[in-house]
Design a protein around this ligand. Sequence first.
Ligand code: HEM
Length: 193
Amino acid sequence: MAKILGNFRLALLIGIVLLVAVMVGLHRGMMDAAYWMQFSRFLHVFVGILWIGLLYYFNFVQIPTMPSVPAELKPGVTKYIAPVALFWFRYAALVTVLVGLILAELIAPGYLRDALMLKQPRTTIGIGMWLGLIMAANVWFIIWPNQKKALGIVQVEDDVKARAASTAMMASRTNLILSLPMLYCMIAGAHIG
Ligand code: HEM
């Protein structure tokens, strides 16, 4: 048992096999276009959780704890944990946006355009999309380039490094703030308009 659960890839694979079993068991007879639209909604929420979960890990755990980590232990976080967390963080952000955009077009032609133009009855989801797009831009164009400097993936002077760490932290905090109305609009937009 410890061998299976100790292996991340194997555990993930078992999760996927169980997912397929549930899908086939419950919905075998209804796998038409509408079903796959529904499935892309599932994928969107799954990668969205991965993204926002890591955003919350940075804001709830890593950033507040770093100042109290002894200097000789800090590289454990900056060299080993943070680069892996940032990898999943930025690609989960990208896939969430891509699947979200595809999902919108699958729900109905013109849905995406109306939502982005904040037209009724798509205003709520449109606000959620704009907030999500701002957050994704923050991840790729502010947090990641600055984290590369802060974590030493790109070599820079010490003062540039300190400024980059502060900029990345502020962009991350901005995303923490935006994530609450974003998530509210996503869920309300999908269910109550
Ligand atoms: C960044 C751009 C994003 C776009 C274009 C987008 C697009 C969409 C679309 C089209 C829907 C379906 C609405 C409907 O059924 O009428 C949706 C629902 C949803 N999205 Fe997003 N989304 C984005 C970001 C996010 C993020 C970052 C999350 C974080 C978890 C998220 C979580 C959700 C949730 C929970 C739902 C509701 C699913 C349901 O209850 O049916 N979305 N999104």
